[in-house]
Design a protein around this ligand. Structure first.
Ligand SMILES: *Cc1c(COP(=O)(O)O)cnc(C)c1O
Length: 422
C-alpha cells in the first residue's frame, strides 16, 4: 500500500521572496559597532569603502525592517530557487519518533550550498559600483566556488586565496572555481610551508583588495549583510511550512561556522518567541559554547575591524576536521548577541557523532550531506529522540546547508574507521 502523504513542499517560481528580512531592528539588545583595528574607534562607512561597495556597507548598518532584492539578483536566484522544503518521513520512521522533521534543501544551488544566495547579491552590488575584480578567501572551497559562479554571471574577475591544506588535499572545488573562471592560489601566500587557516586567508584577501584600486573584498559569512541575504531561506521555509499544514516549528536548527546559514533559516522566526533557535558547532572549534564574548579581529593578522562576538581568539587554529566550513575562530555578531541574550542556544558535537547522524540520514533519506550539515542533522536527530522519550509531537526544522558529494574522502575515512576523534 502506498501512502499519499506528501514529502516535498515546493513554492511556484513566482513566489520567490522579493525582500530580505533585516533582523537588526528586532534584536533583543543593540548591536555593538565594529571598531577600527588601529584607532579602536567605531568604524564609519568611509573606513569600509576600500573593501566593500556602499550599498553593502549600508546594508551592514540599516535599521529598515526589510531590504528589497534587486530584480537582477532574483533572475539569477531563479536558476535554483525557491528551494524545496522536505519532510524527512523515512528518517522519522527509522527513529520511531512522533516528531515531524522538516529540512530546507539548499544543496541544489550551482555550487551545492547556501553560499550562492549571498554570492550573487554581493557580485551584483559590486558590479553596480563598477568593481572590476573581487578578492576573497576560501577554506575547503564552498565560498570560493559560490563567488566564482556569481562573478562569472556579472563578468567580474575573481581571485581566491584558498587555505593551503585544502588547496593541496581537496582539488575538486578548485576545479569548480577555475571552471567558472576564477584564479586560485594557496594561502598564506608568503609562507609556503604553512598549512593556512581561514584567518590567514582573510588576511591575504583583505591585503589584496585594500591595496588595489580596481578590487573589492567579499566575505562569505559573519557580516550582517551576508545574514541578510541568507534570510531568503527562512522566508521561503515559513511559507512552505504553512503548505505542510504547520503553524510554526518548535525548533529551528542550523550548523554554525560564521553563522550565515543558521541566520538565514532562523532569523525570520526571531520575533516568534515560541520558536526555539539552536546553533550547532564542532567540539573542536566550540566558539559559541566555550568562546569569550568580546571584541576580536576577524583575521589572523589583525587587519580587519574588531567585532563584538564569541571568539576563541584570532590566532586560534582549529584541528583539521572535515567540516572545513565550521573551522572559524569567531562568529557572526548577530548570532553571538542572540546567544549572549539567551534568545538562541548552542550545542557542540565531536565529528564522529556528526558523521553517524549524516550516514543515518543518508541511509533513510538518500542524500549525502556536507560534513557541516551533518552537525545540524545530529541535533535534529537528538531533538527527535528527545520528543520520542517524552512522547510529544515536536516540529523540527533544520537547514540542509549543502551536499557532501565533494567530501567523499571524509565519508571514506568514517566508513573505514580512520576519522580522527576531534
Ligand atoms: C560554509 C558552510 C557552512 C558554514 O558557514 P555558515 O556561515 O555558518 O553557514 C555550513 N554548511 C555548508 C554546506 C557550508 O558550505
Amino acid at each position: 500500500m502506498t501512502s499519499n502523504a506528501p514529502t516535498r513542499f515546493v513554492l511556484p517560481q513566482e513566489r520567490i521572496p522579493t525582500a530580505w528580512y533585516n533582523a537588526l531592528p528586532d534584536l533583543p539588545a543593540p548591536l555593538p559597532p565594529p571598531l577600527h583595528p588601529g584607532t579602536k574607534e567605531p568604524v564609519g562607512p568611509a573606513d569600509l569603502a576600500p573593501l566593500f561597495p556602499m550599498a553593502l556597507i549600508e546594508q551592514e548598518m540599516t535599521q529598515a525592517p526589510t531590504v528589497e532584492i534587486p530584480g537582477a539578483v532574483i533572475d539569477i536566484l531563479r536558476l535554483w530557487r525557491p528551494t524545496p522544503l522536505l519532510r524527512a518521513r523515512r528518517l522519522e520512521e527509522a527513529l520511531g519518533t512522533p516528531a515531524r522533521i522538516y529540512y530546507k534543501d539548499e544543496s541544489g544551488s550551482p555550487s551545492g550550498s547556501h553560499k550562492t544566495n549571498t554570492a550573487v547579491a554581493q557580485a551584483f552590488y559590486n558590479r553596480a559600483d563598477g568593481t572590476k575584480r573581487i578578492a576573497t578567501e576560501t577554506g575547503a572551497g564552498q565560498w570560493g566556488s559560490a563567488l566564482s559562479f556569481a562573478c562569472a554571471q556579472f563578468g567580474i574577475e575573481c581571485k581566491v586565496y584558498m587555505v593551503r591544506a585544502s588547496y593541496e588535499q581537496k582539488p575538486y572545488r578548485r576545479v569548480l572555481m577555475e571552471t567558472w573562471g576564477a584564479s586560485v592560489v594557496p594561502s598564506p601566500v608568503d609562507q609556503p610551508d604553512h598549512p593556512g587557516s581561514l584567518g590567514t586567508a582573510i588576511s591575504d584577501a583583505v591585503r589584496d583588495a585594500a591595496t588595489r584600486d580596481d578590487s573589492h573584498y567579499a566575505l562569505g559569512s559573519v557580516l550582517n549583510h551576508v545574514l541578510l541575504h541568507q534570510t531568503i531561506i527562512g522566508l521561503e521555509a515559513k511559507e512552505q511550512l504553512q503548505l505542510a499544514g504547520e503553524d510554526r516549528p518548535d525548533v529551528v536548527i542550523g550548523c554554525c561556522g560564521g553563522g550565515s546559514n543558521l541566520g538565514g533559516i532562523g532569523l525570520p522566526f526571531l520575533t516568534d518567541e515560541k520558536v526555539r533557535l539552536l546553533a550547532v558547532e564542532p567540539s573542536s572549534c566550540p566558539t559559541l559554547t566555550t568562546g569569550k564574548f568580546e571584541y576580536d579581529f576577524g583575521d589572523t593578522a589583525g587587519m580587519t575591524p574588531l567585532l563584538q562576538m564569541y571568539t576563541l581568539g584570532h590566532d586560534f587554529v582549529p584541528p583539521s576536521i572535515h567540516a572545513g566550513g565550521l573551522r572559524y575562530h569567531g562568529d557572526s555578531p548577530v548570532i553571538s548577541l542572540l546567544v549572549q541574550e539567551g534568545r538562541m542556544s548552542a550545542v557542540a558535537y565531536p565529528q564522529g557523532k556528526t558523521f553517524e547522524a549524516a550516514v543515518q540520514f543518508a541511509r533513510a533519506e538518500g542524500k549525502i550531506p556536507a560534513p557541516e550539515t551533518g552537525h545540524a542533522i545530529r541535533a535534529a536527530i537528538d531533538e527527535a529522540l528527545a520528543a520520542k522519550e517524552s512522547g510529544e509531537e515536536r516540529v523540527i526544522l533544520f537547514n540542509y546547508s549543502g551536499h557532501g558529494l565533494l567530501d567523499l574522502q571524509a565519508y571514506d575515512d568514517f566508513n573505514h574507521g580512520r576519522l580522527i576523534e576531534a
